[in-house]
Design a protein around this ligand. Structure first.
Ligand code: HSE
Length: 328
């Protein structure tokens, strides 16, 4: 299957490294970063592109753009991994629409377009007879969407709650374990490539709220928006607050929760017993789904990171290949 990729940040790099390393049968025919693009219908030499990006700061021809790749490259699926814009969703919404219009499948890790326009984009994909997959938008490597689509098919999802932001979990872990200040821990998270391009999205709970909106709309199709989320971040938490929680055998985690019957849609720091099923260290995310048949299911895994997020993207790509492309 031929793929084109736009966005060469942490996630894009992880995808390329895995495409180069693993024999997945995915051929890269177009690539774009924010400054350049490169097209080759015969297949791009990924090692060369990555080396060039590292040395020169761009990956291809500076006269070409992401639009050239989307509109002219020869590919079956577009991998859209540009940075999230939660206010407008652009330019990513435009990128995704342009690819769907060409009847190309789209796999994205971009939360903006899915939180803002999933309904319209999904309808467009359906009309064009292609897939729009966005596993990587929620909880990094954890196969939440695949679990909902397949493993829990037929279940009614009654409620959900979990840790959906790896950066906050990492910061809270580092503050509690090492007594770091919030600023020091955030700097570490940024250096490790976990944080969003604008880390206020992480620490103010916006990123977790966006993921909550994506989950709610995917599960309940209830049209909720970012503004509907009752949101408090971790940016005002002090090491003292964590120490006090620790003295009581507890810790603090940023919890996202949704229960449509109770009109609950909230992201907030919560004091949890250290043995609580949602308390994990580092960038781990955890999500509990309350269902009618399966009862509670808790999924745990890496919620951020380059290769971890690439895992979700590659899972979507191979799902598309098996379902659509190989049968064509
Ligand atoms: N900044 C996000 C997080 C990346 O820390 O969870 C994954 O969405």
């Amino acid at each position: 299957m031929k793929v084109a990729l736009i966005g060469l940040g942490t996630v894009g790099r992880g995808v390329l490294e895995m495409l180069a390393k693993k024999d997945l049968g995915l051929v890269l025919t177009g690539i774009a970063d924010s400054k350049s693009a490169f097209l080759d219908p015969a297949g791009i030499d990924i090692a060369r592109v990555l080396a060039r990006k590292k040395k020169e700061g761009f990956c291809g021809d500076q006269h070409l753009t992401a639009e050239d790749v989307i509109k002219k490259a020869d590919y079956d699926a577009l991998i859209e991994v540009t940075p999230t814009n939660a206010l407008s969703g652009e330019p990513a919404i435009g990128y995704i629409k342009a690819a769907l219009n060409r009847k190309k499948h789209v796999v994205t890790s971009n939360k903006g377009p899915i939180a803002l326009a999933a309904k319209e984009l999904r309808a467009m994909a359906r009309k064009k007879g292609v897939a729009l997959r966005y596993e990587a938008t929620v909880a990094g490597a954890i196969p939440v969407m695949h679990t909902l689509d397949h493993g829990l098919a037929g279940n009614e999802i009654l409620a959900l709650y979990g840790v959906l932001n790896g950066t906050c979990n990492f910061i809270l872990t580092r503050m509690a374990a090492e007594g770091l200040t919030y600023e020091q821990a955030l700097m570490e998270a940024r250096e490790m490539g976990y944080a969003e391009a604008d880390p206020t999205y992480d620490v103010q709970g916006i990123d977790a709220a966006i993921k909550l909106v994506i989950l709610a709309n995917t599960i309940w199709d209830n049209g909720v928006k970012l503004d509907d989320v009752d949101r408090t971040g971790i940016d005002l938490l002090t090491p003292d607050a964590l120490r006090l929680a620790d003295e009581g055998g507890c810790t603090i985690r940023l919890i996202a929760e949704a229960n449509p019957k109770k009109h609950l849609l909230r992201v907030s720091p919560r004091i949890l017993d250290k043995n609580h099923p949602l308390v994990f260290e580092g960038t781990l995310n955890a999500l509990t789904l309350e269902t009618d048949m399966a009862k509670e299911i808790t999924l745990i895994g890496r919620g951020a990171g380059s290769v971890e997020t690439a895992s979700a993207i590659i899972g979507d790509l191979l799902w598309i290949r098996d379902r659509y492309v190989q049968r064509a």
